[in-house]
Design a protein around this ligand. Structure first.
Ligand code: SUG
Length: 448
C-alpha cells in the first residue's frame, strides 16, 4: 500500500520547440529570439529529469505536447485552403504571429492549470483549473487542448474535477500553478493554499511599470472560490512589482515551497513581512528560508533560476532542491547553495540538471512540471500509461529520437513537412500514452 504523495507531471517538449521571442517580460525568451533550437535535445533533457526523479522514488507523470502549427486557429482567423496553403500564406504575411502559433510552450506545465488537492477542496475531489494564459497569444491557445489532455489522464470524475479556463480577458489573466504554492504537514492533510498575483486588475493598486503582470488578483480569487477552498486556509499576496520589472514574470521565478518550507528571495512579495506572518499563522510550524539580496541579487536569481527549482521531500524529513545547470554557472548562487546545504536547515541536498534548451526560453525545472498531490486511491485512478518508469522512458526516448529534428529556426516553421512530422509523432504518442483521440487533427480539425 503506497501513501499520499506529490506527483510531478512534466510536459514533454513538442517537436516545434524554437526560439521565437514570444514572451515580452521574460528576458530569456526575448534575449534568445531567432537562435537555432534543438527540439530533440530539448525533449531528451526533459525526459532525463523525469527519469532521474522517478528513479529516486518520486511519482512522475508525463503530459503530452500540443499540436502545432495550430491550424484550427489559422482557420478561425479566416485562412482557407489546404493546410500547406494556409501555412505558406500566414508565414509570408504574418511571420510574427505565425511563429507564435507554432510554439511548443505547453511544455511548461506549471502553467497548465492550478491544482488543489482533495484534502483542501469543498467536495473532496482534486480540482484542476485550466489556465487561460491570457497575456500571450502563443500561450492563450493552449487552454482547450490542456483541458482535453488533463481529461484523458485524470478521467475519473469521482476523484477529479477539471474546470475550463477562466474568461479570456485580461481581468482574469491566469497563469496556473506557477503562481500557486501549497503548504501542509503531509500531502493528504489539509494545507494552506498560497496564491500570488502580479496586480489587481480593477482599482488603483500598485502595478509593474515596464513588464506585464500576467496573473490578476481577480483570477486567483476566482480559482480559490471554484475549488471550494476554506478562506481560513487560503492566503493571497501580491508579487513585488519591481521584480516583475526585473524579469520575474511568474512567482515561481522568485519563490518555491513544499510541505512546511518556503524558500524565497527577500524581494519576492509586496509587504513580505505581513505575507510571511499570515502564512505562519495559518500554517503553524512553517519554515521560511529568505535569501537576502546581498547574497543573491534579483538579476542573478533571474539569470540562474535559483527559485525555479523543485523542492522534493526525502524519507529523512529533509528536502532536496532540483536546480538548473545555470545555478552552478552563477558564482553567487553556487556559493549560496553550498552554504544552504551545509547550514543544518531543511534543504540539505542540491541536484543539478542540464535543461538549457528550455532555460533559453525562460523555463526551468519548476516550469516543466505540474504538481498534483494525490492520496493512494487517487494515484490508482490516474491513467496508468503516463507514469514514468524504465519501459516508458525507453519508449519515449526512442520516439523522440525517431521523430524530432535536431535543428529548428523560426524560418523552418513554415516547412509543410514539419506539420506532417508533428502529426505522425503525436498520433503515435496518443497510443503510447493511451490518451485516445485528443488532438484536433484526430478530430477532423475541430478544437471543440
Ligand atoms: O510563458 N516562455 C514561457 C516560459 C514559462 C515559464 N513558466 C514558469 N515560470 N512557470 C513563458 O514566458 C517563450 C517562447 C518563445 O519565446 O519562443 C515562452 O513562452
Amino acid at each position: 500500500m503506497h501513501g499520499a504523495c506529490e506527483a510531478n507531471f512534466d510536459g514533454l517538449v513538442g517537436p516545434t520547440h524554437h526560439y521565437g521571442g514570444h514572451s515580452f517580460g521574460n528576458v530569456a525568451s526575448t534575449g534568445n529570439a531567432a537562435s537555432v533550437a534543438n527540439p530533440r535535445a530539448a525533449a531528451l533533457q526533459g525526459l532525463a529529469k523525469m527519469k532521474a526523479l522517478a528513479d529516486l522514488g518520486y511519482r512522475q507523470g508525463v503530459l503530452p505536447p500540443q499540436e502545432r502549427p495550430a491550424l484550427w486557429v489559422l482557420r478561425d482567423l479566416g485562412y482557407a485552403g489546404t493546410d500547406e496553403e494556409i501555412i505558406r500564406l500566414c508565414a509570408n504575411t504574418h511571420p510574427a504571429y505565425f511563429a507564435g502559433l507554432c510554439s511548443a510552450s505547453s511544455m511548461w506545465t506549471a502553467n497548465a492549470a492550478t491544482v488543489s488537492p482533495s484534502a483542501d477542496t469543498g467536495d473532496g475531489r482534486v480540482h484542476f483549473s485550466v489556465a487561460n494564459l491570457n497575456n500571450k497569444l502563443h500561450r492563450a491557445i493552449e487552454a482547450s487542448q490542456t483541458r482535453r489532455s488533463l481529461q484523458a489522464i485524470f478521467r475519473d470524475e469521482r476523484h477529479f474535477a477539471i474546470h475550463a479556463a477562466l474568461p479570456q480577458h485580461p481581468a482574469f489573466g491566469d497563469e496556473g500553478a506557477a503562481n500557486h504554492t501549497r503548504f501542509c504537514r503531509d500531502y493528504d492533510e489539509p494545507g494552506v493554499e498560497f496564491f500570488v498575483y502580479g496586480a489587481r486588475y480593477w482599482g488603483d493598486g500598485r502595478k509593474p511599470a515596464r513588464f506585464p503582470a500576467r496573473q490578476t488578483q481577480e483570477a486567483s480569487e476566482a480559482i480559490a472560490r471554484r475549488h471550494g477552498l476554506d478562506p481560513a486556509r487560503t492566503v493571497f499576496a501580491q508579487q513585488h512589482p519591481d521584480v516583475i520589472d526585473a524579469g520575474v514574470f511568474h512567482n515561481d521565478v522568485i519563490a518555491v515551497g513544499n510541505l512546511d518550507v518556503l524558500f524565497c528571495h527577500e524581494q519576492a512579495f509586496l509587504d513580505q513581512e505581513a505575507v510571511c506572518a499570515e502564512l505562519a499563522s495559518k500554517q503553524p510550524g512553517l519554515r521560511v528560508i529568505t535569501v537576502p539580496a546581498g547574497a543573491v541579487s534579483v538579476t542573478d536569481a533571474v539569470r540562474s533560476y535559483l527559485f525555479n527549482s523543485q523542492l522534493l521531500a526525502k524519507a529523512d524529513g529533509r528536502q532536496r532542491l532540483v536546480v538548473p545547470e545555470e545555478c552552478r554557472n552563477t558564482p553567487a548562487v553556487w556559493a549560496y547553495l553550498q552554504e544552504l546545504q551545509q547550514g543544518g536547515g531543511p534543504i540539505d541536498e542540491v541536484l543539478v540538471f542540464d535543461l538549457k534548451q528550455s532555460m533559453q526560453n525562460g523555463g526551468g525545472p519548476a516550469c516543466l512540471r505540474l504538481r498534483v498531490a494525490l492520496n493512494a486511491i487517487e494515484q490508482d485512478a490516474v491513467n496508468p500509461a503516463v507514469w514514468m518508469n524504465d519501459v516508458l522512458y525507453e519508449r519515449l526516448t526512442h520516439w523522440v529520437t525517431r521523430h524530432y529534428r535536431d535543428r529548428l529556426h523560426v524560418n523552418d516553421l513554415a516547412d509543410p513537412q514539419l506539420l506532417s512530422e508533428v502529426r505522425t509523432a503525436l498520433d503515435e504518442l496518443t497510443q503510447l500514452l493511451e490518451l485516445g483521440s485528443i488532438y484536433p487533427f484526430q478530430r477532423s480539425g475541430s478544437d471543440a
